[in-house]
Every structure is written in structure tokens, then in C-alpha cells.
Design a protein around this ligand. Structure first.
Ligand SMILES: Nc1ncnc2c1ncn2[C@@H]1O[C@H](COP(=O)(O)OP(=O)(O)OP(=O)(O)O)[C@@H](O)[C@H]1O
Ligand SMILES: [Mg+2]
Length: 412
């Protein structure tokens, strides 16, 4: 018998290979984990829904799994957004302070953030987040919290994350068809940052990398603010494909070879070490060199992390982030990854572990497979009720009435 739970917060991560969900609640400064759900998913490619039916059935299976495990009924969730359609840019918003005495109110800040949304967008794109970085009052820069300060002109510098309207509509459609409503959509790395990054790392400067199957997403923080984000259309599934092509094996065998015998750095693998393919799959035959597998993996890893380095170069932070790289996503389980990342990015690097403590079912909170779902629970608890609009008007046109009502509270 499933039961309703008033303060239930659900995080739903719809990835290229799986749907993961996490149930939590928050009391007296502590987040309690109440359950998890998981289901393989074949309905997305590079983080974008390509098969609605497959995706809906994977979401439903993951939700049922979580309901069975926790005993609670799920009727809404904070949903992660990923995919190669995501873009980011910086924007500015300027407003005149409304009160006659010049004291800046929450309303002024909201209007300034709203003004930063007016970046010119092509017709098929919309804004997912406007994340304020810093405020400027009458030309004075570097203000973090302007509410209560005095001035005439309030400016905000914001990081704007944009999405393809079609991709978002298809994603939201899948969630609704699985029978639940959406509290809010959240760019995956923002949710992950709640779980994996400490305040200190975000202050010093850090890049969070979600190495998934079809995509690799990243978010760069400095002085506590999000300064850059990007999604690359390359993930760990590309390594599997490369191994399958290079060794002429099936994808299943290539996946096993990658997970169980893969290594990122061929120089660390002995020349003579080899594997009997028939022991991995009875339909395969012949010997393969472990060093050769490592060479295939290294080529793709080096391509991917050079692209990440390029993203850092774009914002003049190449080799410049003192808190280094924090890597998550199940792709991060690849043996030897951390050392190779240190070498390529010329930064400290580590696999992401929770930066906060939990109570309840904590067994999976440090598994990268569930990281985004757990991060979404934290996002829901911390940011879910913040007044900044998270989705633009154009995307609510096709949503069911109940959801429209929800989003309308945040719209001007
Ligand atoms: N032990 C392991 N070693 C190496 N790779 C692994 C391991 N376990 C899982 N992977 C790889 O991680 C990938 C899945 O990662 P993840 O679950 O983070 O992706 P996703 O969320 O489904 O996809 P995306 O975020 O790109 O939409 C698969 O390509 C899988 O092969
Ligand atoms: Mg993912």
C-alpha cells in the first residue's frame, strides 16, 4: 500500500541510458533519503528524447521502483534537463529602482533578472535558467545581494541557459504521460553542484563535469557563482562504440571490456597483457591486447577532455581553477580517469562525492548513477520555491492546465 507524504521531494534524472529517481525530505537542517528508483532507458539519444513511448515506460518503471522501495506515492518531481541542445550565454539586465527613497526591494531584483532574460533567441529556443552572477548599483560593481541597499539604477549580470523548445516539450510530455506533474525543470549540473560541490570549492573556482553516456555536461563556478556551462555531444557510449569498431566485437562485449578491463592510460598497461574474448562471450573468439583497448579509450578521453579544456579557454580559466575538476556521471567509473584528467586539464581532479551529510537510505548517495537524482532533491529543497522564473511563457502553451497554473505564479 503506497501512501502520500506531505513533504516528499522527488528528483528525476532522465538520462541517455537510464532513468534514476530519488525521494527525500528535509527536517531540522538534515536531508533524509527515503528511496531510489532505477530503470534502463532506450528512448533518448545524446540526452534528447527520440522515442516517447520508450521514455515514458522507463520513467514509469523507475517511479514504480521508487514507490515500491519507499512505500510513498509520487505525484510530482523536480526533473533534470540535459542534452546537446543546451546552450549558455551571459546577459545583462538593467532597471530603475522603483521606491522613491531608492531602497532596492526584492521586486526590483526580480525585474532586473527578468530584464536579463531578454536575450535575442531564435524562434525554436527558450530560456531554462537565468542565474544572477553579480549586481551593479549605480556603476558600483561586485554586489552579491542588493536587497536593502540604495541606488537609482540596478544592473544584473546573469548566466543564461537556453534550450531547444522541441526537446523540452518532448521531455515534459514524457514526464506527464508517466502520470506525474513537474515541479520545476533544472539543468543537470546545477542540481549536481548542490550535492557534489562545497561552498569553498565554488568560491575558489571549480569545474563540475558530468561524464554521461551520450553527453558530457559541465558547470564552472567561481566566487560562488555559476560563470559558464556547456553540454558536449560526447559521452562514455562513444568509447563503447570505438571499442566495438576497433576490436570488431558486439556492443555488449565492448561495454563489458570497457567496464571490466578498460584503462585510460595505455602506458600503465603491460605490453603482453591480453584477454580471451571467448571467456567474456561464448560467441566471440580470439585474443585482444589490453594495451590496445586502453589506446582506443585514451584517444576518445583525450578528445573529450581537450574539448573541455577548450571550454575553459573560452572563459580564460584554462588551468586556472584552484579547486580543480570534480567528475561524476557513471562514465567517471572508468579506471585511471582521474590521473588522465589531471594531466590534460592541468588541474587537480577528483571523483565527486557528496559534500553534505544525509540520513535515511544513504547507501546510494555516493554512486554517480544516482548523483543527479539526489542533486535534484537538494535543488528542490533549496531552490525549488525561489521566485525566479525558470521556464519561459512560450513553453507553457502545450502544458496541461494544472501545470500552467503552477508556472503562471512565476510569470510576469
Ligand atoms: N564501471 C564503469 N566503467 C566505465 N564506464 C562505466 C562504468 N559503469 C557505467 N559506465 C558507463 O557510464 C555510462 C552511463 O553513464 P550515466 O548513467 O551517467 O549516463 P546517462 O545519465 O544515462 O546519460 P547522459 O547523462 O549522457 O544523458 C555508460 O556509457 C556506461 O558504459
Ligand atoms: Mg546523465
Amino acid at each position: 500500500m503506497v501512501k502520500r507524504f506531505k513533504n516528499l521531494v522527488v528528483g528525476l534524472d532522465i538520462g541517455s541510458t537510464k532513468v534514476a529517481c530519488c525521494l527525500g525530505t528535509h527536517e531540522e537542517g538534515m536531508t533524509e533519503i527515503l528511496g531510489y528508483g532505477f530503470a534502463p532507458c532506450f528512448g533518448l539519444r545524446r540526452g534528447i528524447v527520440v522515442d516517447i513511448e520508450e521514455t515514458v515506460s522507463a520513467i514509469s518503471a523507475a517511479l514504480e521502483d521508487a514507490e515500491r522501495m519507499s512505500g510513498f506515492l509520487i505525484d510530482n518531481a523536480f526533473v533534470g534537463v540535459g542534452g546537446a541542445h543546451i546552450t549558455s550565454e551571459n546577459s545583462k539586465g538593467v532597471v530603475a529602482v522603483s521606491k522613491a527613497d531608492g531602497e532596492i526591494s526584492e521586486e526590483d531584483v526580480k525585474r532586473a533578472v527578468e530584464a536579463a532574460r531578454t536575450v535575442s533567441l531564435p524562434p525554436n529556443r527558450e530560456i531554462l535558467h537565468v542565474v544572477p552572477k553579480t549586481f551593479i548599483i549605480d556603476g558600483q560593481e561586485g554586489i552579491k545581494d542588493p536587497i536593502g541597499m540604495s541606488g537609482v539604477r540596478l544592473e544584473v549580470e546573469a548566466h543564461v541557459i537556453g534550450v531547444a523548445t522541441g526537446a523540452i516539450k518532448n521531455l515534459t510530455k514524457c514526464v506527464y504521460q508517466s502520470g506525474i506533474t513537474i515541479n520545476e525543470l533544472c539543468f543537470g549540473p546545477l542540481a549536481l553542484s548542490k550535492l557534489l560541490l562545497s561552498r569553498k570549492q565554488k568560491e575558489l573556482g571549480v569545474i563540475l563535469i558530468d561524464f554521461g553516456a551520450g553527453t558530457t555536461s559541465m558547470a564552472v563556478f567561481e566566487e560562488g557563482d555559476l560563470i559558464h556551462s556547456a553540454v558536449l555531444p560526447i559521452g562514455s557510449a562513444h568509447i563503447t562504440n570505438d571499442v566495438a569498431i576497433g576490436l570488431r566485437t558486439s556492443l555488449d562485449v565492448a561495454e563489458k571490456l570497457k567496464k571490466e578491463h578498460g584503462y585510460c592510460d595505455p602506458s600503465q598497461v603491460a605490453e603482453k597483457e591480453s584477454l580471451d574474448l571467448s571467456k567474456i562471450d561464448k560467441n566471440e573468439e580470439g585474443e585482444v591486447s589490453k594495451k590496445y583497448i586502453a589506446e582506443i579509450i585514451e584517444a576518445r578521453i583525450s578528445e573529450l577532455f581537450q574539448l573541455i579544456k577548450e571550454e575553459l579557454r573560452k572563459i580564460d580559466r584554462d588551468g586556472m581553477l584552484p579547486a580543480g575538476a570534480v567528475i561524476t556521471g557513471a562514465g567517471s567509473k572508468l579506471h585511471g580517469l582521474v590521473d588522465v584528467v589531471k594531466e590534460i586539464l592541468k588541474l587537480p581532479a577528483q571523483i565527486g562525492l557528496p559534500a553534505i551529510e544525509f540520513s535515511g537510505m544513504v547507501d546510494k548517495v555516493d554512486d554517480p548513477v544516482y548523483a543527479q537524482a539526489v542533486g535534484l532533491v537538494l535543488w528542490g529543497i533549496e531552490e525549488g520555491k525561489s521566485g525566479y522564473p525558470k521556464i519561459s511563457v512560450s513553453s507553457i502553451g502545450s502544458l496541461p492546465k494544472k501545470i500552467k497554473e503552477f508556472f503562471k505564479q512565476y510569470l510576469p
